[in-house]
Design a protein around this ligand. Structure first.
Ligand SMILES: [Zn+2]
Length: 252
């Protein structure tokens, strides 16, 4: 039988799914949320902010709610654009693929609720402020500036070339880090273009738009091409650029 996940200490460098957790309480995307969440995360995470509805960013979401269903004392809240919410309700939580949790309750009340946000409309999640910005992906997708009032990070989500994100970055003082996607190696330029992703070569052009100096962590590397992408990123010779490590806690 193939494993559905991985041992805690031996997460593969090749990752299909995207999920970031901030301060052990707020998840951004939920690709691996059910599969990799610690006991603490299962107990604490009730807020999930989505960049877009592609499967590698939401695969763990139905399973996460399923795992918690009987024990939730407050609903899991999904923060997304209206468009992403409609996709989830139509294509995932549609009773055919999975239960429509937004219509279900446990003994304590509803188990899932949505909070939609508009483009460029700031919203708060726990102690964090999210500033959304539309990015350039195959489906409606959002990048974010996320701040706890002291530390601010930029997260591109899945995207190809973009300007709004960089305008937001350039207008932000004291940026602690940028998480930037790079899904395909240079030799798959055509595939990257049709699927609206970046390659190392095109990422370099994006970095020329960035006027802020801070660590830039590369995310969303397609697992089959990881070695090739990493080699090409190294060849860019960008001092601030490193690949974000899977399973690692970053103290920014
Ligand atoms: Zn995507």
């Amino acid at each position: 039988m193939l494993p559905s996940t991985f041992d805690t200490d031996t997460a593969s460098l090749r990752q299909h799914l995207t999920c970031f957790v901030i301060d052990d309480v707020v998840a951004i995307d939920a690709g691996s949320l059910a599969m990799a969440a610690s006991a603490l995360h299962l107990r604490q995470i009730r807020d999930v902010v989505l960049t877009h509805a592609h499967l590698d960013h939401i695969a763990g979401l139905p399973l996460f709610i399923d795992d918690l269903f009987s024990t939730l004392s407050e609903p899991v809240t999904i923060y997304s654009t209206e468009s992403v919410m409609q996709t989830l309700e139509r294509d995932i939580f549609n009773w055919s693929v999975y239960p429509r949790f937004s219509e279900l309750s446990n003994a304590n009340g509803p188990v899932l609720k949505y909070r939609t946000f508009g483009e460029a409309e700031k919203f708060s999640v726990k102690h964090l402020t999210f500033q959304p910005v539309a990015v350039n992906h195959k489906v409606p997708s959002t990048g974010f500036l996320v701040s706890d009032g002291g530390t601010t990070i930029g997260l591109s989500g899945d995207t190809a070339e973009m300007d709004g994100f960089w305008n937001l970055i350039n207008s932000t003082e004291d940026l602690s880090a940028i998480l930037l996607e790079c899904a395909f190696p240079d030799e798959l330029e055509d595939l990257a273009r049709v699927s609206h992703h970046l390659t190392p070569r095109r990422m370099k052009l994006e970095l020329e738009k960035c006027e802020r100096r801070c660590p830039i962590y590369v995310v969303n590397l397609k697992p089959m091409f990881r070695e090739s992408i990493v080699r090409q990123l190294v060849e860019l010779n960008e001092a601030d650029l490193t690949v974000l490590q899977v399973g690692r806690v970053y103290d920014l």
